[in-house]
Design a protein around this ligand. Structure first.
Ligand code: ADP
Ligand code: MG
Length: 320
């Protein structure tokens, strides 16, 4: 059985490019670039709460970093240094090697250095702290949405929650649709290029992790505005034979979690620019509604134009 230090040396000492001193000393030395602010986020994945303990560890390694990249993307920033704290019930080295491989894949994909962490015995838990940079004053926050702004979302929210429902044996997805939804669940693709390109365009932004309506509620609260969602404009992202009802799909798009798409607001004069960006990134951007002056209220508008207030509420670990 390898020692803790041997495990760290073998699996968590990855090549670094942007770190003065990384894994191995008491602490890391990082040199931010001149003119940049640091953007820092932490996300924890707990077995049984955020993932099934038998999840493929390569996927888990990817996802544990990817969900943090998504937060940095949502600020319009660039991720640079990751810290990985893991609690493991035992030192199953083959499992750890696969976890580290998925993590390394994501780190390489987004040019992130693993600069340190902690390794301990305990109930299976993965926690990443990710540090990024953004030019001073340029971060995109939740508070800038204005009455009349368009409301946009990237990609296809809802798929991950359908993947999870599928694993739980819930709806009858076609094979093609199930493959798409499971990929969305296990291999979320943080929208880093989109987030960075939206600097100077988006007035408010966040990443959708706890359900679109609930997360939209955060923008509304921070910005002191309301919103109207045009149900006809919600993206689907599934082949036509997906075999679930329109209502179930809509529910997943509005309330499903684990999406890691970007939800943002922008003035109407930015529509052409956003369409060009969408083409350039080959990523769909859907204009799903607009911001209103009715603070805290979300109205859902259907095909016939009738309006219903949404009961928002995203996922909340502590809600009774
Ligand atoms: P200390 O006891 O001084 O806190 P540790 O034994 O916890 O040091 O860690 C030794 C080195 O290995 C440190 O540089 C730490 O950042 C790094 N490290 C520990 N666990 C991990 C991990 N899972 N991933 C990356 N680096 C790690
Ligand atoms: Mg330590």
């Amino acid at each position: 059985m390898a020692s803790e230090f041997e495990l760290i040396r073998r699996h968590f000492t990855l090549p670094t490019r942007n770190t003065k001193l990384g894994v191995g000393d008491d602490a890391a030395l990082l040199v931010p670039r001149p003119g940049m602010e640091l953007v820092v986020t932490s996300d924890m994945l707990v077995a049984g709460t955020h993932f099934f303990a038998d999840t493929n560890p390569v996927d888990l390694g990817w996802k544990t970093l990817a969900v943090n990249v998504s937060d940095i993307a949502a600020m319009g920033a660039t991720p640079r240094w990751a810290f990985l704290a893991i609690a493991l019930p035992d030192a199953d080295e083959a499992w750890i090697a696969r976890l580290a491989r998925g993590f390394a894949e994501c780190a390489e994909c987004f040019d992130i250095d693993l600069a340190g962490g902690d390794t301990t015995r305990g109930p299976l838990t993965l926690s990443v702290t990710l540090i990024g940079e953004v030019a001073t004053g340029n971060a995109i926050r939740r508070e800038g949405a204005r009455d009349g702004d368009d409301l946009w979302v990237t990609g296809t929210p809802g798929l991950a929650s359908l993947g999870l429902a599928h694993l739980r044996g819930e709806p009858s997805l076609s094979d093609d649709a199930a493959a798409i939804c499971l990929a969305a669940l296990h291999r979320p693709q943080p929208r880093l290029g989109a987030g960075q390109a939206l600097k100077g365009i988006a007035t408010a932004m966040l990443d959708v992790s706890d359900g679109l309506l609930g997360d939209l509620g955060h923008i509304l609260e921070h910005s002191g505005v309301g919103a109207e969602i045009d149900l006809e404009c919600l993206p689907s992202g599934l082949p036509d034979d997906h075999a679930i009802s329109r209502a179930r799909l809509q529910e997943a798009v509005l309330r499903g979690g684990d999406d890691y798409e970007l939800l943002f607001t922008a003035p109407a004069c930015r529509r052409d620019g956003i369409s060009n960006l969408s083409a350039h990134l080959t990523l769909p951007f859907s204009r799903i509604g607009k911001i209103t002056g009715d603070a805290g209220i979300i109205m859902l508008v259907d095909r016939q134009g009738s309006r219903t207030p949404a009961t928002a509420l995203g996922y909340d670990h502590f809600r009774q």
